[in-house]
Design a protein around this ligand. Structure first.
Ligand code: UDP
Length: 462
């Protein structure tokens, strides 16, 4: 019998990456692979602060999985504000030294195992560490394959004058294999003129140099939704669509723990008629501008629509808003998004189009109103609204204005949806559910990946 594989996983410190990545760890462990899962210390403190059990994998271990849990310091104090460029400059230049030391020790402590790296694609240290310790590299991408493909082919975009490209130029990108045609207006801002001097651009570009050296690439998407793009990528490197990983039916102990404590909306939702509530959230990371928040708030008030709104920065709401909404609206700092979206009272989701939110909304069959803010979100909007037709745009003009918001929301929540989007979302949702059936594409792809991985690990260990 060959030596056992040992996946070493270090989590990127963002909510949208943590949940799918932790569930990937559990999925790997369920295939007999030993996993060492590592959180940055400050994330560990955030996740553990309100809980008696600080180890997020204790349930997984109780159900027989071999997941070891460790933490690593990024060198900054726990309460350091990591929202600035300096932090990511450091991560870009120097974090690999800490990971290298950690991985070296881990490997030496268990020489009978065959270690390999499973990293978030957006980290930038993996090649240095993999090459030094002669490790196979698995890269996990938490956004659509379409976004991956565009960033992967950035050199082509450069040659065609689309990276950088002027923010207001609208041209078609139709020369990337597997991408039919996308408009530059939907391009990720870190590839546009306004974004190319930013730390986000630097990190993404370095990350996409790194991923070209990965042995395997896993995508948190579904083959049937992005088949052309994935097939084209497969001609270059082994890519596997294995999503949406967090809903995988074979996960013995799925991880749902989040960085903020959750307000319970169940009782409030219970009092509302089926399909009558709009859920509003812009994710875990970015904030809409105060002006936009204000227009949405007044639009909601004018519309008479019932809503649950996740507002992380209360100060951005117009003064007096909370008093005016009465029992029609519920404003919370954080909630269990999946349980809100699964509630029969919820009939729509005003979202920033973060990829997890898109997958969760489709999974629960809830059509979307889209207001993308940054990163992959404009391109995700294109998939949701233009390609899959399971959502609409919040506004058509340049600015978000309360009258338009009110009109859209009223139409959306009062029957406009059921005819136009309801049928489509059922179809797309079925694709996600089917992919995770035992004989579905994501399950089959995951099994194929594990077979290919084990074969390559065995060959490397000889
Ligand atoms: N989320 C949550 N409660 C909230 C708001 C968001 O649990 O009140 C979760 C949501 O379910 C999703 C993640 O936070 O899994 C946000 O990820 P996404 O990719 O949608 O956006 P990001 O936060 O990365 O911009």
């Amino acid at each position: 019998m060959g030596r056992r594989g040992h996946a070493i996983m270090v989590a990127l410190p963002y909510q949208g990456h943590i949940t799918p990545y932790m569930n990937l760890a559990i999925k790997l462990a369920s295939k007999g692979i030993l996993v060492t899962f590592v959180h940055l210390e400050f994330i560990h403190h955030r996740l553990a602060s309100s809980l008696s059990e600080p180890d997020p994998f204790s349930m997984a271990r109780k159900s027989g999985l071999d997941v070891r849990y460790k933490t690593i310091s990024d060198g900054f104090p726990i309460d350091h504000d990591r929202g600035d460029d300096m932090y990511w400059e450091f991560m870009l230049q120097s974090f690999w030294i800490r990971v290298d030391e950690f991985v070296g020790k881990l490997i030496r402590s268990d020489p009978d195992l065959v270690p390999f790296l499973v990293t978030d694609t957006l980290f930038t240290w993996q090649t240095a560490v993999a090459e030094k310790h002669n490790l196979l590299m698995v890269s996990f991408w938490t956004e659509p394959a379409l976004v991956f493909s565009l960033a992967y082919h950035v050199q082509l975009l450069r040659e065609n004058g689309h990276c950088p490209c002027k923010d207001r130029v609208e041209e078609e990108i139709n020369y990337v294999d597997g991408v039919k045609s996308v408009n530059t207006k939907d391009l990720m801002p870190y590839l546009k003129e306004c974004g190319t001097g930013t730390i986000a651009h630097k990190v993404q570009m370095k990350a996409f140099e790194e991923v070209k050296k990965a042995d395997f690439i896993l995508h948190n998407t579904v083959y049937e939704l992005e088949s052309d793009t994935l097939s084209a990528l497969n001609k270059i490197q082994p890519n596997y669509a294995v999503g949406p990983i967090s809903f995988s039916s074979n996960l013995p102990a799925p991880v749902t723990r989040t960085l903020w404590s959750e307000s319970d909306c169940t009782n409030w939702l219970r009092s509302k008629p089926s399909g009558s509530v709009l859920y509003v959230s812009f994710g875990s990371f970015l904030l809409a501008s105060k002006q936009v928040v204000g227009e949405i708030a007044y639009g909601l008030l004018l519309s008479q629509v019932s809503f649950v709104w996740v507002v992380r920065e209360d100060a951005d709401l117009p003064s007096g808003f909370r008093d005016e909404i009465t029992e029609r609206g519920l404003v919370v700092p954080w909630c269990n998004q999946i349980s809100v979206l699964s509630d029969p009272a919820v009939g729509g989701f005003l979202t920033h189009c973060g990829w997890n939110s898109v997958l969760e909304s489709i999974w629960c069959g809830v059509p979307m109103i889209c207001y993308p803010l940054d990163y992959d979100q404009p391109m995700n909007r294109k998939l949701v609204v233009d390609d899959w037709k399971v959502g609409i745009n919040l506004h058509e003009g340049e600015y978000v204005e309360r009258e338009e918001v009110c009109k859209k929301m009223t139409w959306f929540m009062n029957g406009g949806v059921s005819e136009k989007l309801g049928k489509e979302i059922k179809k797309v949702s079925a694709k996600l559910h089917d992919a995770l059936e035992n004989d579905g594409s994501s399950e089959a792809n995951f099994d194929r990946f594990v077979r290919d991985l084990k074969a390559k690990l065995a060959a490397n260990a000889e």
